[in-house]
Design a binder for this molecule. Structure first.
Ligand code: TNX
Length: 532
């Protein structure tokens, strides 16, 4: 891994000012600026691109006298503490979080911010982030991080100087749903690995973490009323390793950590297909009463819950009740994809019975887009994972549901499946949806993607990361970075900001940040990364 050269503080100060002068001369629209070393982040180098940026005025300099001022509320103070935790190790400053004084200020106020927007004002006297709610302050803090030099992300003292370019950012998201999905079933990822990914997603203003908690290869969440789901059904994974599962305490810890990063956890129990781990754990769930063996391969579409048996619905009720009780968020994902061994009429009957159970426990249904072939419940969301080559009939089925009120989350497999290989030389991942290079993952418009879908039906985007070939955090990061940043921009930035040539330059400036954070990203040749 490359590290930055250490410059003397004085030289760095001069270099920093020169860069700021250069940055101030760059307009936010028009021709892409030439790549330059990303020492200090300029106002126009943020990912995802803010809705509006007005560079100008002198920078603010964080010093040993800087404090972080918050208003009274606990949630605002938490955002302040989070910012302090980011800044303290690299700056070496105390950065007290207090309700008086100056420097960096986080304030809640009425204004045009919405649930997640913010305004950031930076000048010689300080930086103020204003928002209507703590989530907006948190997203503003992510912008502030990118306005500081990449070395701010290191976990040991760095020379600085810590300049924040002068100007104003006014920002709010295009979509309310900006998700990432992690498949913890095919290979199990423990609590610390999930937290690490959450922290990385927070950098780019994601607000949903969808966990794929069950599949043929493993059941990963404790259900007290059906204990063998985890003790047996969670005991292996793809390739035959030991697997694993989350206790309820583990899961609460993930939910708590995600909430501290303003992400909502969306749990998925996939059904009626993708259920071999459950069927192997309880013989009575099988139509023939015989439990199949555990499965450690990577085929799909061979398992189904028994739609005709009452015990199936007792099981589903128990699972949904216990999972809903663990879920402060609004949504519960019931899968519904690739139910190839469930006859269509059975699939429809099953979904007709199961969706009301989700509502009964106070949650809103999400299903993979095959749910639109049944009767999506009122208010349900469908997650589209088709590709360019998906048949017009299937696309129209989804579009008709959207016109009928079903909201859509877009996860096109040949665009933002992060488990697809970048190209033929990618050592990890799959390629059933083709190769997905960085440009392909970024260069499409969610608002105009599916024909016949009203723009208002599109709730946002979500990048799934299926884990058939992925076992470690390093694997997750190599596949997610840099593409996940592009998904963040599709979800957050206004359509008018979309421009591959400008984006690839902004993206390149993230490389040194990822190096500072220890994220082993793919140095895709389409991006002009600064020399490492
Ligand atoms: C399709 S996408 C699947 C998953 C696989 C994935 C691999 C979806 C809803 N089903 O079961 O893991 O492809 O890319």
């Amino acid at each position: 891994m490359t590290r930055h050269h250490r410059t003397t503080p004085r030289l760095a100060r001069i270099l920093g000012s020169l860069l700021l002068v250069a940055a101030a001369g760059v307009l936010t629209s028009g021709a892409a600026p030439a790549p330059r070393p990303a020492a200090a982040g300029a106002l126009d180098q943020v990912v995802p691109a803010p809705a509006s940026v007005r560079p100008g005025g002198s920078p603010y300099r964080i010093t040993e006298r800087t404090g972080i001022r918050v208003d009274g509320s606990r949630e605002v103070r938490r955002v302040g503490e989070y910012l302090a935790e980011v800044l303290r190790p690299s700056t070496g400053y105390r950065l007290p979080v207090t309700t008086h004084g100056g420097g960096i200020r986080l304030r809640i106020a009425e204004g045009p911010y919405g649930a997640e927007g913010y305004r950031l004002d930076s000048g010689p006297r300080g930086v103020t982030i204003t928002a209507g709610a703590p989530a907006g302050l948190f997203h503003g803090v992510q912008t502030l991080r990118q306005l500081l030099p990449a070395a701010v992300e290191r976990d040991s003292a760095q020379p600085g100087p810590w300049l924040v370019a002068g100007g104003t950012v006014e920002d709010s998201p295009r979509y309310a749903w900006r998700g990432a999905m992690l498949d913890v079933s095919r290979h199990f990822f423990g609590v610390d690995r999930v937290k690490r990914y959450i922290d990385q997603l927070a950098l780019y203003k994601f607000n949903k973490l969808h966990l794929h908690l069950s599949d043929d290869q493993g059941w990963r969440i404790a259900v007290d009323s059906w204990p063998r789901l985890t003790t047996y059904g969670g005991s292996t994974q793809v390739g035959g390793g030991p697997g694993g599962f989350y206790t309820k305490a583990d899961y609460r810890e993930i939910v708590r950590h995600a909430a501290s990063r303003h992400l909502e956890v969306v749990p998925e129990i996939d059904m009626p297909g993708h259920t071999n781990a459950a069927l192997a754990s309880y013989a009575e769930l099988n139509c023939d009463g015989v439990a199949p063996p555990l499965y450690t391969g990577t085929a799909v579409g061979f398992s189904s819950l028994c739609v005709d048996k009452e015990v199936t619905y007792d099981f589903v009720d128990d699972v949904i009740r216990e999972l809903a009780a663990l879920t402060p968020g609004r949504y519960l994902h019931i899968g519904g994809d690739e139910a190839h061994s469930t006859p269509h009429e059975d699939y429809v009957r099953f979904m007709d019975r199961v969706q009301p159970v989700v509502a009964e426990y106070g949650k809103t249904v999400i299903g993979w887009h095959q749910l639109t072939g049944a009767h999506p419940a009122k208010g349900a969301l469908a997650q589209y994972w088709g590709l360019d080559g998906t048949s017009p009939q299937e696309k129209e089925q989804v579009a008709a549901a959207a016109r009928n009120g079903t909201g859509l989350i877009l996860s096109p497999a040949d665009r933002i499946y992060l488990d697809m290989k970048y190209d033929a030389s990618t050592p990890l991942g799959l390629s059933w949806a083709g190769y997905v290079d960085v440009r392909r993952s970024y260069d499409w418009d969610p608002g105009a993607y599916l024909p016949g879908v009203p723009a208002s039906a599109v709730r946002g985007v979500e990048a799934p990361l299926w884990s058939e070939t992925l076992e470690t955090s390093a694997h997750i990061e190599y596949m997610a970075f840099p593409r996940v940043a592009g998904v963040a921009e599709l979800g957050w930035s206004p359509a008018a900001a979309h421009d591959w040539d400008a984006y690839r330059v902004r993206l390149a400036a993230q490389g040194p940040r990822w190096e500072a954070l220890g994220i082993g990203y793919h140095r895709a040749p389409q991006v002009p990364w600064p020399a490492g």
